[in-house]
Design a protein around this ligand. Structure first.
Ligand code: XMP
Length: 510
């Protein structure tokens, strides 16, 4: 494995991604991981990440000196470069050497790190405030840029290398090859790591942590992350994984059946379904404000989950489908919207319940999680599922949530799901769903006048949910949606299509 020691760069997870793309297993650990633990991991190579600190600050983060003497190759990126250079007595220059954005890297010395690159000059991405001024004798420069005389360096024995640019970001086209060269050619990794290997390693790790007798309790939401995490933990400890599915009554049509069928029947997971619809509805009675809805739903969820988990008796661990982007807040998938809308999450739950966390997806990205889910045999409709907000249909009924409103919305939304599922598209949509508006409008039906509800359709394209654009749908498709909803859902006489991007609107209506 390749060990990535993290100095807090917002790009650290991208380094892991590039290493995995070279089919090499890697793990990210904090820069100050104890040396005995590093030895126990037996890394074939170590990558020191960038970081926001400056080596000028007192108490700047640094590694145990023994890390550079382990014998395996080390690559320092940006801040990691200074860490290496400083060890040999380099001096760095501060603020005036800042370099942010694109730069041209010129390779001066042939090096395995730059194998298979065409030509000597390459576009790279820089993002640093310090730079090395005087290179110590133990290191030699192998490339430079306009602003960095030592944009890449190595030790005489070729074991230690440092680069000023960021090979992990998309703006450095040669980056993937550089990382590949490091992990395969320089560290000697085979490059044959696959999702199957990941499963094997995680299963062993989960068994080690949980031991032979303890239990793991876990809440399933129906979303991709908790589903895949549960399937993986189940593979490791079988019936000692106890899953709880809270039916909030705020779910899309058929969701509870799908969960019971797939998890309990097909996968054989011990699944406890808590029917809490009436409780959620009672707590939401008369509540109009979206944030208050979220808070009420969040608290009620925790309460029900705690009660159910207690009834299962004595789990020591709590399983969660935390992903890597959730771990590093700055590039979280939820991004800015997390601060605009308070997201329902079960943070704080482990402490309250005195549980230890098992988060087997912590190092994975969303697309890797999907791949893992397929490898674990989860059905395509679970693995490729679109995001669904924790508070569910409560934030898709504008204003007060009632039982009748939920029934009506669920029926309209089922038609939307059905129609979109059969629609052919090159790029899948990010989300498509129905919203129930808190108003009635006049219509004609047969010979009579009607005064009924309005359904809005929202369908958006997005790559991360942080920005989105409304989908340009075929008018014939929209016409069918509208006529099916008004014909099949009693109580609806008008359908509108939302043609607003995010920003200024959000994806959800509340
Ligand atoms: P917005 O509406 O903020 O949504 O543009 C961005 C993405 O986040 C989802 N979303 C939520 N997810 N709890 C969640 O777990 C929430 O309260 C919540 N609100 C929005 C939304 O479905 C979209 O994918």
């Amino acid at each position: 494995m390749i060990l990535i020691l993290d100095f807090g760069s917002q790009y650290t997870q991208l380094i892991a991604r590039r290493v995995r793309e070279a089919h090499v297993y890697c793990e990210i650990h904090p820069y100050n991981l104890a040396i005995e633990k590093i030895r126990a991991l037996e890394p074939r190579g170590i990558i020191l990440s960038g970081g926001p600190a400056s080596l000028y600050e007192s108490g700047a983060p640094d590694i145990d000196p023994a890390v550079l003497d382990l014998g395996c190759p080390v690559l320092g990126i940006c801040y990691g470069l200074y860490v290496i250079a400083q060890r040999f007595g380099a001096r760095s220059a501060g603020a005036r050497a800042r370099e942010y954005g694109p730069a041209t890297l010129e390779i001066d010395v042939t090096d395995p790190l730059f194998e298979r690159l065409e030509g000597r000059k390459h576009r790279v991405w820089m993002s640093h405030g310090d730079r090395i001024e005087h290179l110590p004798g133990a290191l030699v420069a192998i490339a430079h840029s306009d602003n960095s005389p030592y944009a890449a360096v190595r030790s005489h024995d070729g074991r230690l290398r440092g680069i000023q640019f960021h090979p992990e970001v998309a703006h450095t086209p040669i980056g993937a090859q550089v990382i590949r060269n490091f992990v395969i050619d320089i560290c000697g990794e085979a490059g044959d790591w696959t999702m199957a290997n990941f499963i094997e390693a995680k299963v062993a790790e989960i068994r080690r942590r949980v031991g032979a007798r303890e239990q793991v309790v876990m809440g399933l939401s129906g979303g991709v992350d908790s589903s895949v995490a549960a399937a993986l933990i189940h593979r490791a400890i079988d019936q000692r994984l106890k899953c709880v599915f809270v039916d909030t009554g705020l779910l899309r049509a058929g969701e509870r059946d799908r969960m019971e069928n797939h998890f309990a029947k097909t996968l054989g997971i011990d699944l406890r379904v808590a029917d809490a619809a009436a409780l959620f509805l009672k707590r939401l009675d008369g509540v109009l404000d979206p944030e208050q809805k979220r808070r009420i739903i969040g608290h009620t969820f925790i309460e029900v989950f705690e009660r159910e988990a207690a009834a299962l008796g004595g789990a020591r661990f709590l399983g969660q489908g935390t992903l890597y982007p959730d771990v590093i807040e700055s590039i979280s998938f939820k991004g800015p919207s997390a601060t605009i809308k308070s997201h329902h999450n079960v943070g704080g739950l482990p402490e309250r319940m005195h549980l230890e966390l098992i988060e087997p997806l912590r190092e994975l990205f969303k697309d890797e999680v999907r791949e893992l889910g397929r490898e674990l045999g989860l059905a395509a409709d679970i693995v490729d599922r679109e995001p669904f907000p924790g508070p569910g249909l409560a934030v898709r009924i504008v204003g007060e949530v009632t039982g009748d409103g939920l029934d009506l919305l669920r029926r309209a939304d089922a038609i939307v799901m059905e129609e979109f599922a059969s629609m052919r598209r090159e790029e899948p949509l990010w989300q498509a769903f129905a919203v129930l508006l808190p108003l009635k409008t006049v219509g004609v039906m047969g010979d009579g006048r009607s005064y009924e509800s309005v359904i809005a359709i929202r369908a958006v394209e997005s790559s991360d949910g942080m920005t989105a654009d409304w989908a340009r749908l075929d008018p014939g498709f929209l016409a069918r949606l509208s006529s099916r909803i008004t014909n099949e859902v009693r109580g609806v006489n008008r359908v509108v299509y939302d043609i607003t991007s995010k920003p200024p609107a959000t994806i959800e209506w509340e």
